[in-house]
Ligand binder design. Structure first.
Ligand code: NI
Length: 252
């Protein structure tokens, strides 16, 4: 059994979610964590967790929303964080890729949500792009753990995150030809890894460029079985155990 710990199952991308769940079943992908990124998607995430047994949710305000959120959007997260099927606060973090001009605002939004995670003792799902140093320094201020989503950093960075109690979320990026991540992972134990797709983005090879869906977490698992030279079943067992240890609300 595989878990897709990071996807965006919004109506605008997937108009028939039941079909996606059925396709995923054929590839032994049985549980999904639907990640919100703004208030609209957080509302949808909550709806999908009510409607579909195997869909769990994370509520969060993505750094790209830094100019467009209100305090009531934060309140919405707090009001629903104790829901049985909301397993984390995410997707939250820092993204300096397009602009560094709003760094302080981004940090503020990130920290408001980390405070909630600490207060309610829930894991976080962290997006960090071109912002490793600030991400690490901020996470160190809080008593939180969780997932570093779409990890693609150096071995040194991987080890820092792991030491802080974080797991690395690995997706289709690892299958890309010119990606150094496979070399890095050879020196990182699979005990520190969870699988994800980031659907509808980041399709793994051989589907790179097409719309991604959670069933493709199967191909990420297969690729890891080659990197670690273990069977697909072992990859499934270990990464699923890692995810269940982190997200205690998932009942399986
Ligand atoms: Ni994402």
């Amino acid at each position: 059994m595989l878990i897709d710990t990071h996807c965006h199952l919004y109506k605008e991308y997937f108009d028939n979610l039941q079909e996606i769940i059925n396709i995923s079943k054929n590839k032994i992908v049985l549980y999904f964590i639907n990640n919100g990124c703004d208030n609209k998607s957080n509302v949808e995430v909550l709806e999908t967790t009510t409607k579909y047994k195997n869909v769990y949710g994370a509520l969060g305000l993505h750094p790209e929303m830094v100019e467009n959120y209100t305090l009531s959007d934060i309140k919405f997260i707090e009001n629903n964080i104790s829901n049985d099927k909301i397993v984390a606060i995410g997707e939250i973090g820092l993204d300096y890729h397009y602009t560094k001009d709003n760094k302080e605002k981004q940090k503020n939004l990130f920290e408001m949500q980390l405070k909630l995670a600490e207060k309610y003792n829930v894991p976080v799902i962290v997006h960090s792009r071109d912002a490793t140093e600030d991400t690490i320094n901020i996470l160190k201020k809080y008593n939180v753990k969780g997932i570093i989503h779409s990890f693609s950093g150096s071995e040194e960075t991987a080890k820092q995150y792991i030491k802080m109690g974080f797991l690395l979320g690995i997706n289709g990026v690892v299958t890309f030809k010119n990606c150094n991540l496979k070399e890095v992972l050879k020196n990182v134990s699979i005990e520190n890894i969870v699988l994800e797709t980031d659907s509808p983005y980041l399709s793994p090879e051989p589907f790179r460029g097409k719309q991604n869906n959670p069933s493709n977490v199967y191909f990420v698992a297969k690729f890891l079985s080659l990197i670690y030279n273990i069977s697909l079943i072992e990859v499934a067992n270990i990464t699923t155990k890692n995810a269940l240890n982190m997200f205690k609300k998932i009942i399986y």
